[in-house]
Write a protein that binds this ligand. Structure first.
Ligand code: ZN
Length: 313
């Protein structure tokens, strides 16, 4: 009996400190608002990260967006809307993701500004060495947040917002000044070839020089301060798909404080782009590199070929 009691006493402690859980890299996915189906995207991304065996993934979901003011709303409707908005203030005051508990934050968020304390916590997290992975429309968020713009370098903004960066035929970055050329947009969705500009970086070491990405939006005309960008991959934005005719950056790294921010503008939709083995490989290897500075996860045999897409089964 005494033995049993002792065993029961020790059991939870043993489970809590099991080496498997301790050794895993802690990743936080932030979502809750997005013009994309974040509620379907996040579970897929979480599952893919966890399937690698390296990560323990938590999710922090923000409060929903406040109801918008309707045209010709009645006084009752206005009062109801204001009541809902007031209720949300409490939810926002309670939403304080603890970034500092994690090595890496993956943003699947594109919505209203985070409360200032959350913004400050996020800045402190990256300044202190935290890693951030920005996925697709997460670079649309927060145009008014200066430090965020520095972290992402280029965001979904109009052409007056900042410079644009394209790559020439040799893969050299070219700046186009604010106010000239296209602002943020994309042509029609299609499969497109991704060209690598660095296959020695740990994230992309061993990638083929080119590979075909599954049906996606090819972001173009992204704008921002674009300082200290290390561009790992680009794609030619074919005018035949209503593109700009320029080579647009797809994947890049920007150092911020002691941390690093890796932006991948691919990944529009669950069911297509997100299931590309290329997208998943980038996400998993990015999170490992952000956490440890090294990458041990292999480039899988089923990685897309120059002329053939490959989806996660
Ligand atoms: Zn999209």
């Amino acid at each position: 009996m005494r033995f049993l009691a002792l065993a029961l006493l020790l059991a939870p402690a043993a489970a809590f400190s099991s080496p498997e859980r301790q050794d895993k890299i802690k990743v936080l996915i932030v979502d809750g608002q997005n013009n994309h189906n974040w509620a379907a995207m996040t579970p897929f991304m979480k599952a893919q990260l966890e399937k690698s065996g390296l990560f323990q993934v938590d999710v922090s979901t923000s409060p929903p967006s406040a109801p918008g003011k309707k045209k010709d709303e009645t006084p009752e409707q206005a009062a109801d809307r204001e009541k809902k908005a007031a209720g949300m203030k409490g939810q926002w005051d309670a939403w304080r993701p603890k970034f500092s508990d994690y090595k890496v934050v993956v943003s699947n968020y594109n919505g209203q500004p985070w409360p200032e304390p959350v913004q400050k916590d996020f800045e402190a997290f990256v300044n202190g060495g935290g890693g951030v992975h920005i996925v697709h429309a997460a670079n649309n968020a927060f145009p008014q947040w200066g430090e965020y713009n520095k972290m992402i370098g280029l965001g979904w903004r109009d052409n007056k917002f900042g410079d644009r960066v394209t790559l020439d035929d040799k893969g050299e970055p070219q700046r186009e000044k604010a106010g000239t050329g296209p602002g943020a947009g994309h042509g029609s969705q299609h499969e497109f070839v991704v060209t690598m500009h660095d296959v020695e970086h740990p994230i992309t070491k061993g990638f083929p020089a080119t590979w075909k990405h599954a049906t996606d939006e090819l972001y173009h005309g992204q704008r921002g301060p674009a300082e200290n960008m290390k561009i790992l991959a680009s794609a030619f934005d074919d005018p035949a798909s209503k593109g700009t005719g320029a080579r647009e950056p797809m994947l890049w790294i920007i150092p911020y404080g002691k941390g690093q921010v890796v932006t991948n503008v691919m990944g529009h939709e669950n069911g297509k782009a997100l299931q590309c083995v290329g997208f998943v490989t980038i996400m998993n290897r990015t999170c490992e590199w952000l956490a440890t500075g090294k990458v041990t996860l292999p480039v899988p045999a089923e990685f897309p070929k120059p002329d053939a897409v490959s989806l996660v089964k």
